[in-house]
Design a protein around this ligand. Structure first.
Ligand code: NAP
Length: 398
């Protein structure tokens, strides 16, 4: 019988045999990749004796056409009550004052972690020599920094007013004709993000968490993020983790929590990827790092993502690419990003065996060089298949 997932006082998700999981098909190529990804997820769930009762909810163009709203209240309410959901890409409405639908959903449900695992799948074409050395999990803060920032445009009364305030009250002389940006980073927001990353590292037997920041320049936002992280280790994790500031890189049998400046990190993830494991970072740094790392493993078209609130139990897993409108309805594109987001969702639900089965079947399919156009154009001797055929090939390997 189909039942709702619940979140216990123990802080754990309780997943019934047949959970009801809401999904947004997505605009553009959503019509291609959602049925493909769903067929693989269903087959893997069935293999472990489970079934997902999928419940469609509307957002984006489809919602606008059917209801006149880009993000109907009912959709938000369904995600709120069902806790866990999955979504394809959504068109960002241009004009009309609507921000990105993805950002809106994350803010309404306070999904403060943007989780982006980055690893290489055997056979995937990559621009680096040793993509197999990359195995990182990025925890990107999802609610503060530039996502909660304020900007005023140069030559506007707002800019003049803010400049005057900063000059008179703080002694800052700002050059005439400047746009001004302000970003907040709080102790609460930093600690809950870093806490989630440390718990993840401990639960998954990962050796380190690296806090990535630009604290050498922005001491009271980025630097404070780092300092609050080290404080958190002392306050809440002293028995199982230790900060670099206390152990100098010799953690013994504890989890090592260290930090690195963002620019150096972008070099070192290329030159010494094995130094990085779980990464906890602020919003803007996380944006750059997630995409740079995805490219390193050749996964820009198949990179998965999840947006999670570990305290309320809410999570929405999503394809990280856009709607690729020029390919919509052609049964052509790679369903990998949405499928692997489903894999992350299964892992989050505790269905690790089904998740591992899908990854193995995906790797075996790519190893056979049976791939969609995006990989086929980068691989020698590949057999190019349609989106749905790629999914069927994966199901056959399950
Ligand atoms: P995009 O939709 O990600 O497409 C850019 C290119 O990426 C495509 O032309 C294609 O490359 C490749 N690509 C994307 N998805 C692929 C897949 N599944 N398989 C293989 N290749 C794939 O970016 P965009 O054209 O800049 O954005 C289009 C719309 O999507 C906009 O409205 C944007 O706001 C929205 N968007 C939504 C999300 C989201 O919902 N999460 C994220 C980003 C953008 P080739 O041309 O080289 O084949």
């Amino acid at each position: 019988m189909a039942e709702l997932i619940s979140f216990g006082v123990d802080g754990a998700l309780h997943v019934p045999e047949e959970p009801v999981i809401p999904f947004i098909e997505g605009d553009g190529i959503g019509v291609d990749i959602w049925p493909a990804a769903k067929s693989v997820l269903d087959a893997a769930a069935a293999k472990r004796g489970n079934k997902v009762a999928w419940k469609e909810v509307l957002a984006g163009q489809k919602a606008f056409d059917e209801t006149g709203s880009w993000l109907p209240d009912e959709t938000v309410e369904t995600f709120r009550t069902h806790l866990i959901g999955i979504k394809g890409p959504l068109t960002t409405p241009i004009g009309g004052g609507m921000r990105s639908l993805n950002v809106a959903l994350r803010q309404i449900l306070d999904l403060y972690v943007c989780l982006r695992p980055v690893r290489w799948f055997t056979g995937v074409p990559s621009p680096v020599l040793h993509p197999e050395l990359v195995d990182m999990v990025i925890f990107r803060e999802n609610t503060e920094d530039i996502y909660a920032g304020l900007e005023v445009e140069a030559f506007t009364p707002e800019a003049a007013k803010l400049s005057e305030f900063l000059r008179a009250e703080m002694g800052w002389e700002i050059r005439e004709g400047s746009g001004i940006g302000i970003k907040p980073i709080s102790e609460f927001g930093s600690k809950r993000l870093i806490r989630a990353s440390i718990k993840y590292a401990l639960e998954h037997g990962r050796p380190s968490v690296t806090m990535v920041h630009k604290g050498n320049i922005q001491k009271f936002t980025e630097g404070a993020f780092r300092n609050w992280g080290y404080d958190l280790v002392r306050e809440e994790f002293a028995d199982v983790a230790v900060g670099w500031d206390e152990c100098g890189g010799k953690p013994g049998d504890k989890l090592l929590v260290k930090d690195a400046i963002a620019d150096i990190t972008l070099q070192q993830v290329l030159t010494r990827p094995t130094d990085f494991d779980v990464i906890a970072t602020t919003n803007l740094n996380g944006d750059y790092l997630s995409d740079a790392l995805a490219a390193q493993v050749g996964g820009i078209g198949i990179a998965p993502g999840g947006n999670i609130n570990y305290v309320s139990g809410h999570g929405i897993f999503e394809a990280t690419h856009g709607t690729a409108p020029k390919y919509a309805g052609q049964d052509k594109v790679n369903p990998g990003s949405l499928l692997l987001s489903g894999v992350m969702m299964f892992e989050h639900l505790g269905w690790a065996d089904a998740a591992a089965d899908i990854v193995a079947a995906l790797e075996a399919t790519i190893a056979d060089k049976v791939v969609t156009y995006d990989f086929a154009r980068l691989m020698e001797g590949a057999t190019e298949v349609k989106c749905s055929e790629f999914a069927s090939a994966i199901v056959d390997k399950l």
